[in-house]
Design a protein around this ligand. Structure first.
Ligand SMILES: [Zn+2]
Length: 604
């Protein structure tokens, strides 16, 4: 008996030790809370041109297009000290990012216990990074001493062990805003607009039937990051995402450094898109620019070069193909040797969408399409250069690279222009190509219908990061690829967060190539907003996408029973949408820069 107890105890001790070693070994990335700033007077924030956000006890500070997760120190000639207790043993890299607003000079000294290990002096306002290799003992303290005059945003300190570049894990979520799937050769387009995307697609999975949850930027991206339908996240203009809703980058940041370079405007920080990101940078002055993609990918490469975290998540976004269509002439000439127009804005621009349904000549339509396709070519060129960079640096193979768009663009396919106004496939069918690490599932074409809400659950599951999977609308795409996903419907909707308030509610449901659209009617008043008035829609539309992919023949009468099963669901969604519209969110202030940016995109 005694022997048995002894053996059991021995085995238990061995198991606990193995478990302990495993846990210990796994710590190669640790965030340490700063927790220094007391509530900062709003006048001080104003004087330094700063905005602050506090979401679920996490602080973020924004200046211009840059938002950093961290704390704020306002120096008034007195020195300030921060003490960190990383509670780690071994060799680590200690890293934190800063934004310093200098009045004259700011000095930063870092000590390991009493030994000075970093001495920095800053004379110019701007973003900086402090990084240092350290050998730590469990009880070591890191003391940061800051002196001078000005304000310092200190990013959350991260202690990490780096790895050889080919072993690091990168996730790149790349979004070309406003890119309809059927204008890519990978999705059957006759023009060769994107040879680099096409060759990239062969290393990954092409989801042939991927849908966005909304036909415009703000709610669509919010669905992407929350994995919720637009009527569930309730996001609308002039509000910030409710702190009660999970923004899944927060979960991602448990194990990854989280960074974004993006086009801002309707995905700028003020709506809550900064949440969970260590570094959220909306690039200014590139809206409507021919060089938006070039800027984006060059900045991304610079950021990759400057960082060596073991795991990094990047959200890279550009408005390159969004109106105004303003491509380089050499790209336009690929599709039209003698173009009449070298730059155009969608007919929605300048009319605040009043002319969304204007009938234009066929020549104009093709002029728009040539310009749009040339913008895709421009994006593709820089996308290709970025992929080549990743390959050259040996980053590519171990990376997960996801290529998407948030919605498409209409060229009078259904008597309209631009986006935000309908749920036909030219607006909601988007590219979705996923290259998994080590090219798993390489070359697969997946026909099953999937959605942008599936992306975050896929990434989080793949890297074993826990999240509240009961409160998401999306599912893990790996289940789809393994044929283990249940039958599902994909919903897209316009029920809150309207870009154009005169538009009525619309809901679409797609299920195994059956597509149903539910239209609430215009009122005389909302109809009169548009010149000419919008086309007449029947209350229900039904299309068999396997025979009528362009949704030209409404077969509602013949398929009344298929439509009927969704009527209750439509009513619930409509009710929810109406509640969301009445609900007051946290107000978002729109500043001058924002208005100008909106104007440049044709949003005002
Ligand atoms: Zn968009």
């Amino acid at each position: 008996m005694k022997k048995r107890i002894f053996i059991t105890l021995f085995i238990l001790i061995i198991c606990v030790s193995i478990f302990y070693i495993c846990i210990k070994k796994k710590v190669d990335f640790k965030r340490v809370e700063l927790n220094v700033s007391k509530s900062v007077n709003s006048n001080i924030l104003k004087s330094y041109n700063l905005k602050s956000f506090n979401v679920n006890q996490t602080k973020y500070y924004q200046r211009g297009g840059l938002t950093i997760k961290g704390d704020l120190l306002v120096l008034e000639g007195r020195g300030q000290k921060i003490s960190l207790e990383p509670n780690l043993k071994g060799n680590f890299i200690f890293n934190f990012e800063l934004f310093v607003k200098i009045d004259n000079r700011i000095s930063i000294d870092v000590y390991r216990n009493d030994i000075k290990i970093i001495k920095k002096r800053f004379y110019k306002t701007g973003k900086k990074t402090i990084k240092r290799k350290l050998k730590l003992s469990t009880k070591d303290k890191i003391n940061i001493e800051i002196n001078g005059n000005g304000a310092v945003i200190i990013g959350e300190p991260i202690f990490y062990k780096t790895k050889p570049i080919e072993q690091r894990q990168y996730v790149f979520l790349i979004c070309a805003d406003t890119l309809r799937a059927d204008h890519l050769p990978t999705y059957g387009y006759k023009r060769n607009t994107a040879k680099n995307i096409h060759s990239f697609s062969k290393d990954g999975v092409v989801f042939k039937n991927a849908y966005s949850q909304s036909p415009w930027t703000l709610p669509s991206h919010m669905s992407l990051f929350t994995s919720l339908y637009e009527f569930n996240h309730g996001m609308k203009r002039g509000t910030m995402l409710s702190s009660g809703i999970n923004f899944l980058i927060e979960e991602m940041s448990q194990q990854f450094s989280t960074r974004s370079l993006n086009g801002g405007i309707y995905i700028s920080s003020r709506f809550g898109f900064f949440r969970g990101f260590d570094y959220y940078k909306s690039i200014g002055n590139d809206q409507g620019s021919s060089y938006a993609s070039k800027n984006l990918f060059n900045l991304a490469i610079k950021d990759i070069e400057n960082n060596n975290f073991p795991r990094s998540f990047y959200f890279l976004h550009t408005y390159q193909v969004h109106s105004p269509y303003n491509p380089e002439i050499k790209h336009l000439n690929v599709f039209n040797k003698d173009p009449k127009y070298t730059s155009l804005s969608a007919p929605t621009v300048g009319s605040n969408h009043r002319e969304q349904f204007a009938k234009l000549s066929k020549d104009m339509k093709y002029a728009y399409i040539d310009l749009y396709d040339a913008e895709i070519l421009e994006f593709d060129l820089w996308f290709g250069k970025f992929i080549n960079y990743l390959k050259k640096k040996k980053i590519y193979s171990n990376s997960m690279i996801i290529f998407i768009s948030d919605h498409g663009e209409e060229f009078f396919d259904h008597s309209g222009w631009g986006h935000c106004h309908s749920l036909y496939n030219e607006l909601i069918k988007v590219p979705l190509i996923v290259k998994f690490p080590k090219e798993e599932f390489r070359g697969k074409n997946e026909e099953k219908e999937v959605a942008l809400i599936d992306i975050m659950p896929t990434i989080l599951n793949y890297y074993n990061i826990s999240y509240d999977n009961k409160n998401v609308d999306g599912l893990d795409l790996i289940q789809v690829l393994n044929g283990k996903s249940k039958d599902r419907i994909i919903i897209s909707s316009i029920t809150n967060g309207f870009y154009v308030p005169a538009l009525p509610f619309k809901i679409s449901i797609i299920e195994n190539n059956n597509k149903i659209i539910y239209n609430l009617p215009y009122t005389d008043k909302t109809k009169s907003f548009f010149t000419p008035p919008p086309p007449e829609y029947s209350k229900y539309e039904y299309y068999d996408l396997s025979k009528d992919s362009r949704e030209l023949y409404n077969k509602y009468i013949e398929n009344m029973m298929k439509v009927k099963k969704f009527i209750n669901l439509f009513n619930i969604i409509v009710k929810k949408g109406k509640i969301n519209i009445k609900r007051d969110g946290e107000k978002v202030t729109i500043d001058k820069d924002m208005i100008n940016a909106f104007k440049s995109l044709g949003y005002l």
